[in-house]
Write a protein that binds this ligand. Sequence first.
Ligand SMILES: Nc1nc2c(ncn2[C@@H]2O[C@H](COP(=O)(O)OP(=O)(O)OP(=O)(O)O)[C@@H](O)[C@H]2O)c(=O)[nH]1
Ligand SMILES: [Mg+2]
Length: 202
Amino acid sequence: MKIKSSDFLKSASKKNGWPQTELPEIAFAGRSNVGKSSLINFILGRKNLVKVSNTPGKTRLINFFNIYANPSDFLLVDLPGYGFAKGPIKEKEQWQFMIEQFLKDRKELLGIFLLVDSRRGVQEMDFNLLEWLIAYDLQACLVFTKTDKIKRNEQAKIAKDPNIGDIMSKYKDFSGPILSSATHKIGKKNIFNQIETWLEMI
Ligand SMILES: Nc1nc2c(ncn2[C@@H]2O[C@H](COP(=O)(O)OP(=O)(O)OP(=O)(O)O)[C@@H](O)[C@H]2O)c(=O)[nH]1
Ligand SMILES: [Mg+2]
């Protein structure tokens, strides 16, 4: 896959704000602060296409990006992070609603990368998202982020985590895990290979 260029398309919360294109979409989901925005910037080779912040909960809307690529164009979607502890309950419910509605009703959605911090592993919040992915019959791929923060021998253990083996065996449309680090620029090739595999399924 060759990326020619990328640009911001729009932000939206609910259905009526989603862009009307017929391009396939690839989404990035995961806990707040897991590194979704950083990973998108890294794989696109862009420093500041997506805003990154030390304050969890930075991405509060669904952000759509145009990706002009060979063999085909598509959209990347940065989903707002879940599990941001300090947010008011009402705001949390709005996030949940926003994400679930998107997963359930977005016809263009082709595949989802579920990002998990390699220091924390798969957590309860992630299982909630997994349940939606299974319920709505979506293609997904597990990505561990920030592997620069853990030792090499710990990286090897990640793939053998029984929790993950269990998920993989139950959920046929789930692939990975891919190990990544935006800081050390790791994982880009595997992510694009996965995107290509999804694009070829159309
Ligand atoms: N060490 C390290 N830090 C990272 C990496 N990726 C992101 N970070 C840091 O983690 C923090 C959160 O990164 P973001 O990319 O904003 O995370 P996000 O998942 O988009 O967060 P929300 O928008 O709040 O959901 C920032 O301080 C980043 O600099 C990585 O690969 N390694
Ligand atoms: Mg973000």
